[in-house]
Design a protein around this ligand. Structure first.
Ligand code: C5P
Length: 239
């Protein structure tokens, strides 16, 4: 497999075309951004940690019947994925009030929600990824009612698998963000990444934050927290 030209550079990853039709090459970067790119830093080893963590989660989800774009891990920071066109929606699932939900609804952080709350955000940096409802998604022509129902169902399935999986590892899955893409033949697949950049993970005993909030809120030890998550899900790293 040959890596060809770069197609896209995001905040945390670069995507390359390959000589195999339908296959993309992803390289994870050490760059960290928050607040829609206003806060930036380099976190040594983050690219490797997120590549390893995402690979473990995506392999496990595939085994549990949740189809996704992951093909194989190539190196410490690289993986092969199926080519998809990303649907411009961030699908967030929340089990515990935190972050923007706690702020928006005036809830105390840490309050367990009676059932998982699913939200859609419109992926648009210039607009700051606004929260959108079904009518907004319809008016914008992003996804049909059937597609929205499928996205919600798939996101809740991921939650049903990840919550007990993390609980067994003494981690509370507070919330997370997923992205989905369409293959050339129209199939919707789970895509992007699942990592401490895109999830809130709290240690179940100490409530210590083991995710990107350590960077967002200047709590320090960001890399150690990501390493701890990788360790708990059985991965190894050389960083
Ligand atoms: O900030 P907020 O509380 O809305 O984030 C909810 C979840 O979605 C968190 O786990 C956060 O890490 C993730 N998220 C993300 N990318 C964004 C916004 C949120 O991964 N652009």
């Amino acid at each position: 497999m040959e890596k060809l030209e770069m197609l896209y550079e995001g905040k945390a990853k670069r995507i390359y075309r390959t000589n195999k039709p339908g296959v993309f090459w992803v390289q994870y970067k050490d760059d960290a951004t928050a607040f829609n790119g206003e806060k930036r830093a380099q976190i040594m080893g983050k690219g490797e940690l997120n590549n390893r963590i995402t690979s473990i989660f995506f392999r496990m989800l595939k085994e549990k019947g949740i189809d996704n774009h992951f093909i194989e891990e190539l190196s410490a920071t690289e993986q092969l994925v199926k080519q998809v066109t990303i649907i411009p929606l961030e699908v967030v699932v929340r089990n515990v009030a935190a972050g923007s939900l706690a702020k928006r609804l005036g809830m105390e952080e840490g309050r367990a929600l009676p059932y998982p709350v699913v939200e859609f955000y419109y992926k648009d940096d210039t607009l700051g990824d606004p929260l959108v409802n079904d009518s907004h998604i319809d008016v914008l022509g992003i996804a049909t009612a059937d597609d929205r129902a499928l996205l919600r169902e798939m996101a809740l399935k991921v939650n049903d698998v990840l919550v007990p999986y993390m609980k067994e590892r003494n981690v509370i899955l507070v919330d997370f963000k997923l992205e989905f893409g369409r293959t050339e033949d129209g199939q919707i697949l789970l895509a992007d990444e699942i990592s401490p950049d895109t999830c809130r993970f709290w240690d179940a005993d100490t409530m210590e934050k083991l995710d990107k909030d350590r960077f967002r809120r200047d709590l320090g030890n960001v890399e150690d927290a990501y390493k701890e998550i990788l360790k708990r899900i059985g991965g190894e790293t050389h960083v």
